[in-house]
Design a protein around this ligand. Structure first.
Ligand code: AR6
Length: 170
């Protein structure tokens, strides 16, 4: 299948583009954002400073600098407020906008972290379901992007993503 999940540190992945779960400032933070900035080096922050931030649900592209990945796609997931403030649509939009940017950059392989499910507290079950269904739909419109990986940090998250991926093929 062209959509898979694995357990890894996303900064180590040899893919064309890694997606960063950033905040609206795009100026760095903790979690996967911190890890990506540390691994990419200070040039990444310099590049991000020129972008003027990013609204929730949207995405912006930079080079990957010292990362194995050629590009970083910075997207801003929603903060979880119980699910009644449009979080699901915003999260789906992160995956759609990120894939659209990957497609226009000509990236063939893309890795996503589990957007919003850390500091932003989105429940992983709901988030994984949205991630898998949105990516499987959006990939049908892609010609450049050939493969997407969900890069899970924990084994527990990986099990959830695997479950929804299996349902796709069932
Ligand atoms: N590789 C892959 N996944 C990771 C890594 C890594 N190196 N490190 C953490 N994760 P989070 P959010 C997982 O909190 O919820 C930042 O401060 C983590 O276990 O990184 O979207 C930003 O600047 C979780 O499953 O992102 C924002 O302010 C997932 O990545 C805010 O956090 C997302 O957790 C964004 O919060």
């Amino acid at each position: 299948m062209n959509i898979t999940a694995l357990q890894a540190d996303i900064t180590t992945l040899d893919v064309d583009a890694v997606v960063n779960a950033a905040n609206t400032s795009l100026l760095g933070g903790g979690g996967v954002d911190g890890a990506i900035h540390r691994a990419a080096g200070p040039e990444l922050l310099k590049a991000c400073r020129t972008l003027g931030g990013c609204p929730t649900g949207d995405a912006k592209l930079t080079d990957g600098f010292k990362l194995p990945a050629r590009y970083v796609i910075h997207t801003v997931g929603p903060v979880w407020h119980g699910g009644t403030r449009g979080e699901a649509d915003q999260l789906a939009s992160c995956y759609q906008r990120s894939l659209a940017l990957a497609e226009s950059a000509g990236a063939r392989t893309v890795a996503f972290p589990s957007i919003s499910t850390g500091v932003y507290r989105y429940p992983v079950e709901e988030a994984a379901q949205i991630a898998v269904s949105t990516v499987s739909q959006a990939l049908k419109q892609c010609t450049a992007v050939k493969a997407v990986t969900f890069c899970c940090f924990s084994g527990a998250d990986l099990a959830v993503y695997q479950k929804y991926l299996e349902q796709l093929t069932a």
